[in-house]
Design a protein around this ligand. Structure first.
Ligand code: KMH
Ligand code: ZN
Length: 271
């Protein structure tokens, strides 16, 4: 079964002080995405930073980043509506107006490390409805069992369209711990026909990405999820992390999806 690989070059938390190669500016992000695409990624999960490298939902920065990526490669762009812990929900949700092929939908509020990740129920429903109207496919980021139930309620309300696409996020402080048992519990509870990937944050990234691929899930790779290739060794960039996910998929006899195959597998409409 084909595996879809997503590159996540920059997240909401790490800075260049943590990793000097972290891409933060639009040109840097576009270059990192192009390298990830060349290494085998079909999807790029994108967080934006302002000129001071702070997370931003600025629409001009987003537009410029998307344009620069499109100039370089045909990767499917998935904008993060998570953006950053200090960015108001109203600014975050406006990003879908740019009509990326996909965007994340975080269904619940939670503690997130030492901060708070605010996803109020009325805002989540409004964002899901708007994404449906615009034809932007939600990547449902679930950090705990109750988050899956919240997504299934959105499906009942016809705010989501199947096949549902889940990221099972493991290892965020405030969400599920990064254990194989937690992953199995979530996979067992997914609705029939759901598409899913593991997002394993930090130290367990390699192990749980491998388990996810072995179980038939897709995979995500990049500096958003781990800054390290292995203990004590910073990843030289995003491409080596993508290449490692591709190698894992191949070792498990899973061909890697190109963009066309990924569109079909994820049920993405024409745009
Ligand atoms: N880094 C993820 C665990 C999103 O992109 O929508 C949280 C996140 C959410 O960044
Ligand atoms: Zn993200």
């Amino acid at each position: 079964m084909t595996a879809v690989i997503t590159v996540a070059p920059t997240g909401p938390i790490a800075t260049k002080a943590d990793h000097p190669g972290l891409p933060t500016q639009p040109e840097e992000i576009a270059a990192a995405v192009a390298e990830g695409y060349a290494a085998g990624a079909a999807i790029a999960h994108i967080h934006l930073r302002d000129e001071q490298d702070r997370p931003t939902a600025d629409l001009d920065v987003a537009r410029r980043t998307m344009d620069l990526i499109h100039e370089r490669c045909p990767v499917l762009i998935q904008l993060s509506t998570g953006v950053g812990l200090d960015v108001p929900f109203a600014e975050r949700e406006a990003l879908v107006e740019l009509r990326p092929r996909m965007a994340t939908l975080n269904p619940c509020s939670m503690s997130f490390g030492t901060g708070e990740f605010r996803n109020p129920p009325d805002g989540v429903r409004r964002l899901a409805a708007r994404m449906r109207e615009l034809g932007v496919k939600p990547e449902l980021e679930i950090y705990d069992t109750g988050h899956l139930d919240a997504c299934l309620r959105l499906l009942d309300e016809q705010l989501l369209v199947e096949p549902l696409q889940f990221s099972i996020v493991l290892g965020v402080r405030g969400g599920m711990a990064a254990t194989a048992q937690n992953l199995m519990t979530m996979v067992d509870r997914l609705p029939e026909g759901a598409v899913w990937q593991v997002i394993a944050i930090g130290r367990a990234n390699l192990r749980l990405t491998a388990i996810g691929l072995a179980l038939g899930g897709n995979a995500r790779a990049g500096l958003e999820d781990t800054l390290y290739l292995r203990k004590g060794e910073l990843a030289p960039g995003n491409a080596p992390l993508v290449s490692r996910a591709v190698a894992l998929a191949h070792a498990l006899d899973r061909p890697v999806a190109d963009v066309g195959r990924a569109e079909a597998l994820l049920g993405l409409g024409e745009q």
